[in-house]
Design a protein. Structure first.
Length: 188
């Protein structure tokens, strides 16, 4: 399967937020304070279409096939700007969902941080996730980051194995939205 990876466009809002939700459903439900798929998609779509936030199209890459269909997405950013990029998310949580909670930091900075990685269900098992990861590892290296990092749910050992196969190593654990995660990273 021939796949091309490109920067997301604002007009990719019809599929990318659904992919993001697949990667972070429980976290988004805690942000909007309800288990409502449509509302969660609306929450992520609103943020995806806006610049300068954690889930913006500006921070997202997509894998597309020959028919220009989006097969997967990966969202990442400079971890040094996490709090600045988080603020618009907190504003939506507070103003639209009456949720003043400030979630734990996902990154301590000093890295290109991968926030969400997802592959459409029909494209899973075909190497799309690996291609996306390799692409952003090269991107982070080319942009002179010293490290690339991500979180993986401790209940998802298959994902952790994939990341380790690509060179990620566990460096610490973190609790986020009530769940335990391993922080994995690659040093360049």
């Amino acid at each position: 399967m021939s796949v091309t990876i490109r920067r997301a466009k604002k007009t990719d809002f019809d599929i990318v937020p659904k992919l993001m939700l697949q990667a972070m459903e429980d976290i988004v439900f805690s942000f909007i304070q309800k288990n409502d798929i449509e509302e969660a998609i609306y929450f992520l779509t609103r943020l995806f279409q806006q610049p300068s936030n954690l889930y913006s199209y500006e921070n997202t890459f997509v894998a597309i096939n020959e028919e220009n269909e989006i097969l997967g997405s990966i969202t990442g950013y400079n971890g040094d700007y996490f709090h600045q990029l988080q603020q618009p998310v907190l504003d939506v949580m507070n103003n639209h969902y009456n949720n003043p909670t400030i979630p734990e930091s996902e990154t301590n900075g000093g890295e290109f941080y991968l926030d969400t990685i997802a592959v459409s269900p029909m494209s899973q098992g075909k190497g799309i996730g690996t291609q996306l990861l390799k692409y952003v590892i090269d991107y982070a290296r080319d942009e002179n980051f010293q490290q690339i990092g991500l979180l993986v749910d401790i209940k998802n050992p298959d994902a952790k194995k994939l990341y380790e196969k690509l060179g990620f190593k566990q460096d610490h654990k973190i609790t986020l939205a009530g769940s335990e995660y391993d922080h994995l990273s690659i040093l360049f």
